[in-house]
Design a protein. Structure first.
Length: 186
């Protein structure tokens, strides 16, 4: 949402930044507690993820060129010797670690290039829209996609097949928006 506001409403940015500390006062205590636990290794959820990431990085040290193969079974079987604190996991709790562990460096690079070119096309639509609606749609898609990519650092978002399908539907929507933008530019 912050990216959406930054790209579309730059004039409102300073008042929003000034009001942000007061917004924190309105958050419920359980949400504030969750924010405070981020990065705290004494929190079970954070420690669990860090152990899985460490094991995943160690596994990637051996399998980075080709990966271990697709699917949870391939990951679990290959991850077992690298598990820290005997913590077993069906995935690496990071889309990027998981993609590289499944498909190796080439699959990982394809994912990064796909994200880069999708964002590049959306920014092209944002920079030169013939209609305000196209620009707003481009900013909305950019904001959502960047949020997804950030979330993917901390969870394997493709583990849920509905999200996986939605990802490709999103790419189709972004490509369609780019095509409409190109058509309008003519």
């Amino acid at each position: 949402m912050a990216l959406f506001i930054i790209l579309l409403y730059r004039k409102a940015l300073i008042p929003i930044i000034l009001a942000s500390p007061f917004a924190l006062l309105m958050l419920p205590q359980n949400i504030l507690n969750r924010f405070m636990s981020i990065g705290n290794l004494k929190d079970n959820s954070t420690a669990y993820r860090v152990y899985i990431w460490r094991g995943s990085v160690d596994m990637l040290g051996k399998h980075w060129p080709t990966g271990v193969g697709l699917g949870s079974y391939s990951f679990e079987a290959s991850y077992a010797p690298f598990a820290y604190n005997a913590i077993m996991a069906p995935h690496s709790h990071s889309l990027y670690f998981h993609q590289m562990s499944e498909t190796g460096i080439f699959g990982f690079l394809i994912l990064i290039l796909l994200a880069f070119f999708t964002l590049k096309q959306l920014f092209m639509v944002y920079k030169r829209p013939k209609s305000k609606e196209l620009g707003v749609l481009a900013v909305a898609l950019i904001s959502g996609f960047v949020s997804f990519l950030i979330q993917s650092f901390f969870d394997n978002t493709f583990y849920n097949y509905r999200i996986y399908m939605f990802f490709f539907a999103f790419l189709s929507l972004a490509a369609s928006l780019y095509a409409v933008g190109e058509e309008e530019a003519k």
